[in-house]
Structures are given as C-alpha cells and as structure tokens.
Ligand binder design. Structure first.
Ligand SMILES: *[C@@H]1O[C@H](CO)[C@@H](O)[C@H](O)[C@H]1NC(C)=O
Ligand SMILES: *[C@@H]1O[C@H](CO)[C@@H](O)[C@H](O)[C@H]1NC(C)=O
Ligand SMILES: *[C@@H]1O[C@H](CO)[C@@H](O)[C@H](O)[C@H]1NC(C)=O
Ligand SMILES: *[C@@H]1O[C@H](CO)[C@@H](O)[C@H](O)[C@H]1NC(C)=O
Ligand SMILES: *[C@@H]1O[C@H](CO)[C@@H](O)[C@H](O)[C@H]1NC(C)=O
Ligand SMILES: *[C@@H]1O[C@H](CO)[C@@H](O)[C@H](O)[C@H]1NC(C)=O
Ligand SMILES: *[C@@H]1O[C@H](CO)[C@@H](O)[C@H](O)[C@H]1NC(C)=O
Ligand SMILES: *[C@@H]1O[C@H](CO)[C@@H](O)[C@H](O)[C@H]1NC(C)=O
Ligand SMILES: *[C@@H]1O[C@H](CO)[C@@H](O)[C@H](O)[C@H]1NC(C)=O
Length: 489
C-alpha cells in the first residue's frame, strides 16, 4: 500500500484555492511553496510516506546445498516482512529543472522472517529439520525519487520518472533452533533480501504515485463555496520550479466571472515575498478573484438589504422630514418608513500596496408604510467609496472597511424634487452608523482559510501589493491519522 501520501498533502494544501488542461488560461491565484515550506514538507511528508510503506511483504526463497558427508540440505526463508522504517535527518526535497527530487537517506529498516532447514542423508535414516525466526537490520538505506508534476488538461498529473533504492548494510540475527549452526547458511540469503528490498520499495512508491495521480486527476475543476459561488480550480500552467520553491498557478476565478482586468500582466511569481519574512506557503490572489466573487453574488441577487431600524428611529418617520421634504409629510403624515437598499452593479475592489478600495453603487428606495400598504416614494442612487484593510487571526482572514466619501443622485421621486445636499448629512450619519457597522459585522466574521485536515496554518499575514493580495503562512502538522484518511480513493 500507499506511498500515495507522498505529495498529496503538499498539493492538497492548495486545493481549496485551486484544481486543471486549458493552458493559455489566465492564472489569478498562485500558490508558492517556499524554501521553508519544502523543508517542512520534507520533514513531515517523507517520514509519513516512508512509514506508510510498512508492513511490506518480501518474497521468500529456498536454496538446496550439497554438503560433503551430510548430503542435500534445503534451507528456506519465508514470511519476510519489512515492518519498520526509520528515516534519518539527512533527507531532502528539492525542485529540479522540471521535477521534484526527493532523497531520503540514512534510512534503517527492521525486517522479520522465518527460516527452516532440513536434510536427509545416508548417515541418518530419518529427515532432520530445524526452524526459527530471524530479525534483520537494514542500515544506510537510501531512496531517491524524481517526480514530475505536469499540467494535463487542467489537472495536475504526477509521474515518477526515476526511483531507486540502495541498501548499504544488512545484518541477519537468528533466534531459535540451533541458530549458531545455521547462521552461515542463512547469510547466503543476504543478497536475496537486499535485492528484494531494492526492488519492492521502488515498486510500491511507483504504485502509490499512480494512485495519487488518479486522485489528482479526478479532483473537481470547480469547488462550490456555497450555493451561489464556485471557484474555478483549473490549473493553468505547468508548475514552475524555482531554486528552492514551486509555484502552482490556478485560474481561481469564481464562476460566471466576467470583469477581467485587461491591463493585468501576470508576472512570474517566484519572486513573491512576504516583506522579508521567510514563510512556508505564499498564496497570491488577484483582485479579479475578489471581483469575480462579488459579481457572482451580485448576479445571484444576494445583495439586498431592508433597513427598518436605525439608531435614531425618528428618522424613519415622515414627521422628521416635515420641513426638509414637505410633500413627503403632507402625503403620508406620521407614517413609518423603511429603506430598501440593493446594489445597482457589482461592487468593485481595487488592491493597492497601501490600501484596498471598494466602490459600491447602490440604489436606496424609500418606502412609506401607509396603513397596510408599502409605498415606494423615491429612489436615490448612492455611490460609496470605502477603504479597507485585511487582517488575519490564526487561519481566519477578516476585513474591515471605513467610509471615504460618497455621492448622491436622485433617480426618481413621487414626492417632488428635493436637493441632495438637504439629506447629505443624514445619509453620512446613516452610512457611518448603520451601513459600515453592518458591513464590518459581516466582514468581521471572516472566512476560514481552508486547509487539508491534519494541517494548520500558523502566523498567517497579508501583504497587499498592486492588484494582488499575498497571504503568507507557516504550516504545522497536527494530525497524522487524519492524513492517513487521504489515502482513501
Ligand atoms: C476555468 O478556467 C479555465 C482556464 O482559465 C477556463 O478555460 C474555463 O473555461 C474556466 N471554467 C469556467 C466554468 O469558467
Ligand atoms: C509472519 O510474521 C509475522 C510477524 O513477523 C507473524 O505475526 C506471523 O504469524 C507470521 N506468519 C507465519 C505464517 O508464520
Ligand atoms: C529495529 O532494530 C533495532 C536493532 O536491532 C532495534 O534497536 C529496534 O528497536 C528495532 N525497531 C523496532 C521497531 O522493532
Ligand atoms: C479535458 O478536460 C475536460 C473538462 O473537464 C474534459 O471534458 C475532457 O474530456 C478532458 N480531455 C481529456 C483528453 O482528458
Ligand atoms: C442559498 O442558501 C441560502 C440559505 O442556505 C438560501 O437562503 C438561499 O435562498 C439559497 N440561494 C439559492 C440561489 O439557492
Ligand atoms: C537560482 O540559482 C542560480 C544559480 O545559483 C542563480 O543564478 C539564479 O539567480 C537563482 N534564481 C533565483 C530565482 O533565485
Ligand atoms: C426592494 O426593492 C426591490 C427592487 O429594487 C424589490 O424587488 C423588492 O421587492 C423590494 N423589497 C421590499 C421589502 O420592499
Ligand atoms: C471620492 O473621492 C475620490 C477622490 O477625491 C474620487 O475619485 C471619488 O470619485 C469620490 N467618490 C465618490 C463616490 O464621490
Ligand atoms: C486526528 O484525526 C482523526 C481522524 O480524522 C480523529 O479521529 C482524531 O480525533 C484527530 N486527533 C486530533 C488530536 O485532532
């Protein structure tokens, strides 16, 4: 079983953001596993993967030897089981020119086996036999794997182009029977065991990798975030290998996205930085990702808001407007009002190195509750400019916004024309005391960065640069048993 978690966790870390052939598409999400991340991958993943190889059954063998005076001797070893592997400190994972090279050296292994021996000779009329068990200690074992990760029709395809295993030392100790006597015969199996180990380990790694390859190729091209949005997980390029990092590029737009920034030139991301800090994982998201999400929500019609409570509730009564909009009061004296706000177009976000701007274009319909009727009396177009920041706490990313400025325009009115400057002050208070706190309460919940079970993001922080947010994070490995469940195909 199972070298398949070799790279799987490493890649699955990215899946929430990513998954497939359409080369020529545009990448809006890039994930870079940096130097420190590869070291982490090495420490955790090589160990996990190598351990997952055990127990490994090796083929038994039998030898017939003719010994002077004694006659024909049959010696057999069976039930050879490699049950424990220990990876030393000097293993490495590094990007090559177009592949990932994984070298695990200083591995030691424990193998158990049963041995038996029998002979019949003309000296003794009966067959004499003996048997026992033996433990084998393999030391200085080295495993090297060259793994190619390519873009195949928009998915990641994984293949092992080279895999070798080398056994340096092997010590067989017999227990039971007349062990001292047979040690010499059993040692004759050393070459057999060495060859079996050197053959079976690469075979299992290649088999595990092809299972992982099938799994990667069967990953969905889009991942639903909720019933409105789905993320396009198509991989758009081959992974790019840096000197000590790997980058995966993903389409990353929310489906039904339209607004693609035309002047955006995708730069090679391997130069991505976390403001000097060294982090394991760098995830960059174009502003187009956020804009596509906003657009999908807008088109799905989920940007409506009916306001019937404000801090100064008297403002939602026509009596308060007696002197400012006299016709409103004359037509509907002392009636309650509600504000029916909906976005008129998809909000637009712009990411800059020092701040994030958003422009929200909304229509506010003023409804009067007259008896049992809801009467729309006016519609005011509000364009709001807000600026925001993105923060992190653990693996939760959240934001906050504040009002910069806004402009008002009358769209239509059943209560006569009134000048926008008359309501400017009230609207400012309304935006600051109702709208912004409302937006902030939603943004403040944040969203949890999805990661593979068993891993936790640690010390996440966000760096903004032109048209792009980069999340920088370390990863910790918390649960090996949940990792094992990834094997299920
Ligand atoms: C997903 O992205 C790929 C590559 O950019 C593109 O060819 C494909 O049409 C996209 N799929 C959807 C559903 O938008
Ligand atoms: C094979 O070896 C394992 C562990 O070394 C042992 O549990 C098992 O009973 C053995 N099987 C036979 C048939 O000897
Ligand atoms: C493997 O063999 C070594 C040396 O005989 C021994 O110290 C170690 O405990 C063994 N490990 C296991 C898991 O049996
Ligand atoms: C490429 O991916 C598309 C979309 O998932 C699929 O319909 C098509 O069959 C794939 N082509 C090949 C050659 O696998
Ligand atoms: C999505 O789900 C929410 C609640 O789970 C529901 O209120 C909403 O109507 C759903 N939207 C669509 C488009 O199905
Ligand atoms: C990679 O290493 C080579 C030689 O060591 C160096 O010339 C090159 O600038 C490095 N590239 C990056 C992206 O660091
Ligand atoms: C709010 O206005 C929209 C049209 O912009 C309308 O479809 C909806 O029914 C109104 N809702 C309320 C509660 O008035
Ligand atoms: C807010 O001010 C900026 C700069 O003065 C201007 O570009 C922008 O159009 C204004 N926004 C609104 C909604 O008036
Ligand atoms: C590890 O994962 C397994 C399986 O998902 C779960 O049963 C177990 O409770 C987890 N342990 C911890 C410490 O989270």
């Amino acid at each position: 079983m199972a070298a398949h978690h070799h790279l799987l966790p490493l890649l699955l870390l990215l899946i929430p953001f990513a998954s497939a052939a359409a080369t020529g598409g545009e990448a809006h999400v890039s994930a870079v596993i940096a130097d420190k991340g590869l070291t982490f991958a090495k420490d955790v993943l090589i160990g996990e993967a190598v351990r997952s190889l055990t127990p490994l059954r090796l083929p038994g063998a039998e030898k017939a030897v003719r010994v002077p005076f004694l006659g024909g001797i049959r010696v057999a070893v069976s039930n050879i089981t490699l049950f424990h592997l220990d990876v030393g400190e000097d293993s490495a994972i590094r990007p090559g020119d177009s592949a990932l090279v994984i070298v695990a050296s200083g591995i030691s292994a424990n193998i158990s086996m049963a041995w038996s021996y029998s002979y019949d000779s003309w000296y003794f009329p009966i067959e004499i036999s003996d048997s026992g068990t033996a433990s084998i200690l393999v030391q200085g074992m080295e495993v090297g794997i060259t793994m190619e990760i390519k873009n195949y029709n928009g998915s990641l395809a994984l293949s092992v182009s080279k895999c070798g295993c080398y056994v340096k030392d092997l010590v067989i100790s017999l227990d039971g029977g007349a062990s001292w006597f047979y040690q010499g015969f059993i040692n004759a199996f050393e070459d057999h065991i060495r060859a079996a180990v050197e053959k079976v380990i690469p075979e299992n790694i290649i088999e595990g990798t092809s299972k992982l390859d099938l799994l990667l190729r069967s990953l969905p091209r889009s991942v639903n975030l909720d019933n409105v949005t789905a993320l396009n997980m198509t991989f758009v390029n081959d992974p790019q290998y840096g000197n000590s990092s790997i980058e995966f590029d993903i389409d990353g737009l929310f489906t039904s996205a339209v607004a693609r920034t035309s002047n955006f030139q995708k730069n090679p991301q391997l130069s991505l930085s976390c403001g000097g800090a060294s982090k394991m994982l760098l995830l960059s998201l174009d502003e187009a990702v956020f804009n596509s999400a906003l657009e999908v929500y807008f088109k799905a019609g989920s940007m409506h808001w009916v306001v019937d409570k404000v801090p100064d509730q008297s403002l939602l009564n026509t009596a308060s407007w007696k002197f400012i909009i006299p016709r409103l009061y004359w037509s509907y004296p002392n009636d309650a009002m509600v504000l029916n706000i909906s976005t008129a177009s998809s909000p637009i976000m712009r990411i800059m190195s020092d701040k994030i701007d958003a422009t929200i274009n909304a229509d506010m319909i003023v409804d009067v509750l007259h008896g049992t009727e809801t009467v729309p009396v006016a519609c005011i177009s509000i364009v709001v400019s807000a600026s925001g920041v993105v923060k992190t706490s653990g693996n939760i990313v959240y934001g906050s916004v504040e009002l910069d400025n806004f402009s008002l325009a009358m769209k239509w009115s059943e209560i006569g024309n009134f000048h926008m400057s008359l309501i400017q002050g009230v609207i400012r208070v309304f935006l600051n005391t109702v709208c912004m706190p409302y937006l902030n309460s939603r943004l403040g919940h944040g969203f949890i960065l999805p990661v593979v079970r068993g891993f936790t993001l640690k010390d996440v922080y966000v760096v903004a640069s032109t048209q792009q947010l980069t999340l920088c994070s370390d990863i910790t490995f918390t649960n090996a048993s949940s990792l094992a469940s990834l094997q299920i195909l």
